[in-house]
Design a protein. Structure first.
Length: 171
Protein backbone atom coordinates (compact mmCIF):
# COMPACT_ATOMS: atom_id res chain seq x y z
CA UNK A 1 0.00 0.00 0.00
CA UNK A 2 1.18 3.49 -0.84
CA UNK A 3 -0.39 6.72 0.46
CA UNK A 4 0.48 9.71 -1.73
CA UNK A 5 -0.80 13.09 -2.83
CA UNK A 6 -3.38 13.21 -5.56
CA UNK A 7 -2.26 14.37 -9.00
CA UNK A 8 -4.35 15.71 -11.90
CA UNK A 9 -3.85 12.35 -13.67
CA UNK A 10 -5.81 10.65 -10.85
CA UNK A 11 -9.13 12.36 -11.53
CA UNK A 12 -10.86 9.48 -13.36
CA UNK A 13 -9.67 6.89 -10.83
CA UNK A 14 -10.75 9.08 -7.91
CA UNK A 15 -14.20 9.55 -9.43
CA UNK A 16 -14.52 5.76 -9.85
CA UNK A 17 -13.49 5.14 -6.23
CA UNK A 18 -15.84 7.87 -5.03
CA UNK A 19 -18.72 6.21 -6.86
CA UNK A 20 -17.74 2.74 -5.61
CA UNK A 21 -17.50 3.98 -2.02
CA UNK A 22 -20.73 5.99 -1.99
CA UNK A 23 -23.94 4.96 -0.29
CA UNK A 24 -25.62 4.65 -3.67
CA UNK A 25 -22.96 3.23 -6.04
CA UNK A 26 -25.64 2.33 -8.60
CA UNK A 27 -26.19 6.05 -9.29
CA UNK A 28 -24.10 7.38 -12.16
CA UNK A 29 -23.11 10.47 -10.20
CA UNK A 30 -23.78 10.17 -6.45
CA UNK A 31 -23.84 13.33 -4.35
CA UNK A 32 -20.34 12.47 -3.05
CA UNK A 33 -18.94 12.86 -6.57
CA UNK A 34 -20.71 16.18 -7.08
CA UNK A 35 -19.48 17.41 -3.69
CA UNK A 36 -15.92 16.23 -4.33
CA UNK A 37 -15.76 17.99 -7.70
CA UNK A 38 -17.10 21.22 -6.19
CA UNK A 39 -14.77 21.10 -3.19
CA UNK A 40 -11.72 20.44 -5.34
CA UNK A 41 -12.52 23.43 -7.55
CA UNK A 42 -13.07 25.71 -4.56
CA UNK A 43 -10.62 28.09 -2.96
CA UNK A 44 -10.68 26.15 0.32
CA UNK A 45 -9.41 22.86 -1.11
CA UNK A 46 -6.10 21.79 0.47
CA UNK A 47 -4.05 19.99 -2.22
CA UNK A 48 -1.48 18.83 0.36
CA UNK A 49 -4.34 17.03 2.15
CA UNK A 50 -5.85 15.37 -0.90
CA UNK A 51 -4.44 11.88 -0.54
CA UNK A 52 -4.67 8.60 -2.42
CA UNK A 53 -4.29 4.99 -1.31
CA UNK A 54 -2.79 2.72 -3.93
CA UNK A 55 -2.90 -1.05 -3.79
CA UNK A 56 0.12 -3.22 -4.51
CA UNK A 57 -0.79 -3.24 -8.20
CA UNK A 58 -0.87 0.57 -8.35
CA UNK A 59 -4.68 0.76 -8.53
CA UNK A 60 -6.35 3.60 -6.64
CA UNK A 61 -8.22 1.99 -3.73
CA UNK A 62 -9.19 5.01 -1.62
CA UNK A 63 -8.93 8.74 -1.17
CA UNK A 64 -9.19 11.48 1.43
CA UNK A 65 -9.90 15.15 0.74
CA UNK A 66 -9.65 18.07 3.15
CA UNK A 67 -10.84 21.64 2.89
CA UNK A 68 -10.29 24.71 5.04
CA UNK A 69 -13.13 25.65 7.35
CA UNK A 70 -12.90 28.18 10.12
CA UNK A 71 -13.57 28.75 13.78
CA UNK A 72 -13.62 32.49 14.27
CA UNK A 73 -10.50 33.65 12.44
CA UNK A 74 -8.65 30.32 12.72
CA UNK A 75 -8.44 28.19 9.57
CA UNK A 76 -9.02 24.55 10.40
CA UNK A 77 -8.87 21.53 8.06
CA UNK A 78 -12.03 19.51 7.67
CA UNK A 79 -11.70 15.89 6.58
CA UNK A 80 -14.44 16.47 4.04
CA UNK A 81 -14.45 13.13 2.25
CA UNK A 82 -12.95 9.72 2.94
CA UNK A 83 -13.71 6.81 0.66
CA UNK A 84 -12.45 3.29 0.10
CA UNK A 85 -13.64 1.14 -2.79
CA UNK A 86 -16.22 -1.30 -1.38
CA UNK A 87 -14.20 -4.32 -2.60
CA UNK A 88 -11.26 -3.25 -0.41
CA UNK A 89 -12.89 -2.25 2.85
CA UNK A 90 -11.58 -3.61 6.14
CA UNK A 91 -8.06 -4.00 4.75
CA UNK A 92 -6.53 -0.92 6.42
CA UNK A 93 -6.79 1.57 3.54
CA UNK A 94 -9.13 3.94 5.38
CA UNK A 95 -7.04 3.71 8.53
CA UNK A 96 -3.87 4.52 6.59
CA UNK A 97 -5.55 7.48 4.89
CA UNK A 98 -6.72 8.95 8.21
CA UNK A 99 -3.28 8.53 9.80
CA UNK A 100 -1.60 10.14 6.77
CA UNK A 101 -4.12 13.00 6.76
CA UNK A 102 -3.50 13.73 10.44
CA UNK A 103 0.28 13.61 9.97
CA UNK A 104 0.15 15.90 6.92
CA UNK A 105 -2.18 18.36 8.70
CA UNK A 106 0.17 18.39 11.68
CA UNK A 107 3.09 19.13 9.33
CA UNK A 108 1.10 22.13 8.01
CA UNK A 109 0.84 23.40 11.64
CA UNK A 110 -2.93 23.02 11.65
CA UNK A 111 -4.26 23.23 15.21
CA UNK A 112 -6.75 20.41 14.72
CA UNK A 113 -8.72 18.43 12.16
CA UNK A 114 -12.52 18.30 12.26
CA UNK A 115 -14.70 15.54 10.87
CA UNK A 116 -18.37 14.70 10.68
CA UNK A 117 -18.49 10.93 10.90
CA UNK A 118 -18.89 7.72 12.86
CA UNK A 119 -17.50 8.16 16.40
CA UNK A 120 -16.63 4.45 16.60
CA UNK A 121 -14.40 4.72 13.53
CA UNK A 122 -12.84 8.14 14.12
CA UNK A 123 -12.47 7.65 17.87
CA UNK A 124 -9.71 5.14 17.12
CA UNK A 125 -7.58 8.04 15.84
CA UNK A 126 -8.08 10.26 18.87
CA UNK A 127 -11.07 12.23 17.58
CA UNK A 128 -13.33 13.36 20.42
CA UNK A 129 -16.67 15.18 20.55
CA UNK A 130 -16.21 18.79 19.47
CA UNK A 131 -18.07 20.02 22.52
CA UNK A 132 -15.14 18.74 24.66
CA UNK A 133 -13.19 21.63 23.12
CA UNK A 134 -15.89 24.32 23.15
CA UNK A 135 -16.53 23.90 19.43
CA UNK A 136 -19.90 23.29 17.79
CA UNK A 137 -20.90 22.40 14.27
CA UNK A 138 -23.45 24.20 12.13
CA UNK A 139 -26.09 21.48 12.55
CA UNK A 140 -27.03 20.75 16.20
CA UNK A 141 -28.76 17.47 15.24
CA UNK A 142 -25.38 16.08 14.13
CA UNK A 143 -23.56 17.08 17.31
CA UNK A 144 -22.68 13.48 18.26
CA UNK A 145 -21.01 13.00 14.84
CA UNK A 146 -19.00 16.25 14.83
CA UNK A 147 -15.52 15.52 16.19
CA UNK A 148 -12.12 17.11 16.70
CA UNK A 149 -8.60 15.68 16.69
CA UNK A 150 -6.13 18.14 18.18
CA UNK A 151 -2.62 18.40 16.77
CA UNK A 152 0.71 19.80 18.01
CA UNK A 153 -0.28 23.43 17.20
CA UNK A 154 -3.56 23.14 19.14
CA UNK A 155 -4.64 26.36 20.82
CA UNK A 156 -7.39 25.91 23.44
CA UNK A 157 -8.56 29.48 22.87
CA UNK A 158 -9.86 28.45 19.43
CA UNK A 159 -13.51 27.91 20.31
CA UNK A 160 -16.92 28.63 18.82
CA UNK A 161 -18.82 27.51 15.75
CA UNK A 162 -17.07 25.66 12.94
CA UNK A 163 -18.03 27.16 9.58
CA UNK A 164 -17.87 24.81 6.62
CA UNK A 165 -16.53 26.13 3.33
CA UNK A 166 -18.65 26.42 0.22
CA UNK A 167 -20.19 24.35 -1.33
CA UNK A 168 -21.30 22.58 1.88
CA UNK A 169 -24.93 23.38 2.42
CA UNK A 170 -25.43 24.14 -1.27
CA UNK A 171 -25.44 20.59 -2.64
Amino acid sequence: MLIRRETPADLAAVRAVTIASSYKPHEEEPVEVILRDALQKGENWIPALSLMAEGEDGAIIGHALCTWGRIGTARVPNLSLLGVHYDHRRHGFGTALVHATLAAADALDAPMVVVLGDPDFYGRFGFRPSTDFGIVGEEPAWEHLFQIRTLAAYDPSVQGEFIYPEPFGCI
